[in-house]
Design a protein around this ligand. Structure first.
Ligand code: MN
Length: 268
């Protein structure tokens, strides 16, 4: 009883190559629907649309021919796509799994808080479904290749393999309050050293705003920075990917720090 109908979404937008790669891979064995933002919406986390009308226009022609059952591009955020997909667009043929991505760029450590890709998977979880976010860790500093052509097909193959291999945990997660976040090193398939369960690395961005001036002299600001890993453990997400492994992390929307709560309640 493998997964039948899959809703795919992303935050890089309907025309992103990572979305096409995920569709190409998952459609080989599953019925696939796409509801994706009509433009790039990276870094919007769980934002959604409340005070504007939401549009979802037909978009089957924007995707590789003959692979999707149907597709829409939505004027809103990644979370809106999954909400409107599960609640309305796919009401007649409800999905039994939500997969988001393939994001261009890592969603590990602190990225997880900002990621629209992860948020869309969490939204699938909040809708009661098994859910998985998939990201390709591009950039040489993160253990990937320096190729100008990201290995989206590698990540697509891993997504297909993991939804089969992790079917039971994914179904358990839907019941028990968690979904799955996958990060794949940007390498050819044969250079990947398997997959491991990981947790979110302790890391931060060494950030700065670079200031430029308009021709009128008015300043504007661009955020730049590198990830600084404080976490020495080999089994956190960042370390696993740097070692050439696919990182698989269970994530939950429950943000309460349960161990601290227990200590505070005990009065110590
Ligand atoms: Mn993105």
């Amino acid at each position: 009883m493998s997964f039948g109908t899959i809703l795919i979404s992303n935050d890089d937008g309907i025309d992103a190559p990572g979305l096409a790669a995920l569709v190409a891979s998952l459609s080989t064995r599953h019925k696939v629907y796409v509801v994706a933002p009509d433009r790039e919406r990276s870094g919007v986390s769980q934002a959604f649309t409340l005070f504007n009308p939401l549009r979802a226009d037909p978009a089957k022609a924007r995707l590789p021919e003959g692979l999707v059952e149907d597709a829409w591009m939505c004027s809103g955020m990644p979370a809106d796509c999954v909400k409107i997909g599960t609640m309305t667009l796919l009401a007649e043929d409800p999905p039994d799994l939500v997969v988001t991505g393939i994001n261009k760029g890592a969603n590990m450590g602190p990225d997880i808080l900002y990621s629209g890709t992860v948020a869309a998977a969490l939204e699938g979880h909040l809708a009661g479904l098994p859910a998985m976010a998939v990201s390709l860790v591009t950039g040489p500093s993160e253990g990937g290749s320096t190729s100008r052509h990201p290995h989206f097909a590698t990540a697509g193959d891993w997504a297909l393999r993991l939804i089969d291999e992790l079917e039971q945990p994914l179904r358990e997660g839907a019941r028990d309050g968690w979904c799955v976040n996958v990060n794949v090193p940007d390498r050819p398939a044969e250079e990947i050293d398997g997959w491991v369960w990981t947790d979110q690395a302790q890391a931060h961005y060494d950030d700065r705003y670079v200031v430029h001036k308009d021709p009128t002299g008015r300043p504007h600001y661009w955020l730049e920075g590198e990830l600084v890993l404080e976490d020495p453990r080999p089994d956190c997400d960042v370390a696993a990917v740097r070692a050439g492994k696919v990182s698989v992390t269970p994530l939950r929307p429950q943000l309460t720090h349960l161990e601290v709560l227990e200590r505070l309640r005990a009065g110590s």
